[in-house]
Design a binder for this molecule. Structure first.
Ligand SMILES: [Zn+2]
Length: 416
């Protein structure tokens, strides 16, 4: 099916749903409006102590008013795009086809049209609800949706020698409208970085010279890397700010029934700055300069993610809020190569708060495979028999399940 055919199909489906159910009524009848915030790598072990100290007030409010659980990631460990594709489809990698950032054979970057399973935003869009999708991994080129899409590639800075590709957004002409909202790394100021790092705490050259020679060299390297690390942080911040701004803009000016946004910063900040916060645990030497300047960066980035969450929830208004992560974070372990999926932990987070869900309840661990079936149930839609996950029934208020009993269909895939 080509893009045009899909578009026609979506429009037809939207019209039918509109005639049968009243276009925007299906939403409120079931779970109502929905905001989904994906925070890559968010981990309860980091969140717990911060929440107790009152440093994550927005997430704490959702946890207190909603249902939360450990969210088991895929095993064996997979890269983030693979797990987010499972979250978006309810299917395992062999069914959805997104196995990496790149195709292992051709070394080409994987694109949304490699995906072989339908996403929950596609399914609920076809049911008549309108959707906005921002920043989701492997969403370029933009798909036809019943609403708006701004793809993951939108955040990159165009360069004269490397302009950004076409189809960054759906519809294509949405691009002009959101283009001014892109934040580039160079647009991040020292003041912006101030809240994340303690530059003044860096060791001075005089101090370093008092140290035994091996440590002195470690410190000198730490000092020489300061700028590079700060610029990595600028890049992380620019990406999240871009998608935050785009999502808020769309929610304000083009509101849809469902808004979905993916924020990557917590993951990248954790990879870059975990060692600074846990210098004795990572199996390689960490300079005092690094731990003094960046030791609080991961925790402070979580605070920033919480702030972004608060801004998104405020703009969104009434409805159901779902926050999830694809995996947790354990940091580099002695004897293992640091970086990439080696740093990841097996348990991510899931928080769901809204009328359909129970209040302030912690439930048993579930899987990243269960997110899509649960969102479909929240929308009053059946779950596909060919999905690998199931509805998290104990998350729902019993009254909601009575009035919206779980239904099933053989598949949502178009088989012709
Ligand atoms: Zn990662």
């Amino acid at each position: 099916m080509n893009l045009h055919q899909r578009h026609v199909r979506l429009l037809a489906a939207a019209l039918i749903a509109g005639v049968v159910a009243g276009c925007s009524e299906r939403g409120p009848e079931a779970g109502g409006r929905i905001l989904v915030v994906g925070i890559d790598s968010a981990d309860w072990d980091v969140i717990g102590p911060l929440m107790e100290e009152g440093r994550l007030p927005n997430l704490a409010t959702l946890v207190e008013s909603g249902v939360s659980c450990d969210l088991h990631s895929l095993e064996p460990k997979q890269k983030s795009p693979t797990i987010w594709a499972t979250i978006a489809t309810g299917k395992l990698p062999e069914k959805h086809g997104i196995t990496d950032f790149m195709d292992p054979q051709t070394k080409k970057i994987l694109t949304s049209n490699v995906r072989t399973a339908r996403t929950f935003w596609d399914i609920i869009g076809e049911s008549g609800m309108t959707v906005t999708v921002v920043g989701w991994l492997v969403s370029w080129p933009a798909e036809v949706v019943n609403g708006y899409m701004v793809t993951d590639y939108f955040r990159y800075s165009p360069r004269p020698d490397r302009p950004l590709p076409e189809h960054l957004t759906y519809p294509d002409d949405l691009r002009d409208e959101v283009e001014p909202l892109r934040v580039v790394s160079d647009g991040i100021t020292e003041e912006d970085l101030d809240r994340f790092i303690d530059l003044d705490a860096a060791m001075t050259a005089d101090e370093a010279q008092q140290l035994p020679v091996e440590q002195m060299f470690l410190e000198m390297r730490g000092m020489s890397e300061l700028e590079q690390r700060a610029s990595a942080l600028s890049d992380i911040l620019a990406g999240d700010r871009t998608f935050l701004a785009v999502t808020r803009h769309l929610m304000r000016n083009r509101p849809t029934d469902v808004s979905i946004v993916y924020l990557r910063g917590v993951d990248t900040a954790s990879h870059k700055f975990w060692a600074a916060a846990h210098p004795g645990e990572v199996g390689f030497p960490v300079s005092q300069t690094e731990s003094r300047v960046f030791g609080a960066t991961v925790a402070r980035y979580y605070e920033y993610a919480d702030e972004m969450l608060g801004l998104l929830v405020d703009e969104f208004g009434d409805g159901t809020v779902i926050v999830c992560s694809d995996h947790g974070f354990e940091g580099p372990k002695p004897g293992q190569l640091p970086g990439g999926i080696n740093d990841h932990g097996p348990i991510g987070i899931l928080v769901m708060s809204g009328d359909a869900f129970r209040d302030g309840v912690r439930i048993e661990e579930r899987s990243v495979r269960d997110v899509t079936p649960t969102i479909l149930a929240l929308c009053g839609l059946p779950v596909g028999d060919d999905m690998d996950g199931s509805v998290i029934e104990d998350a729902f208020e019993p009254a909601f399940l009575r009035s919206h009993p779980a239904r099933r269909v053989p598949t949502y895939e178009h088989t012709e």
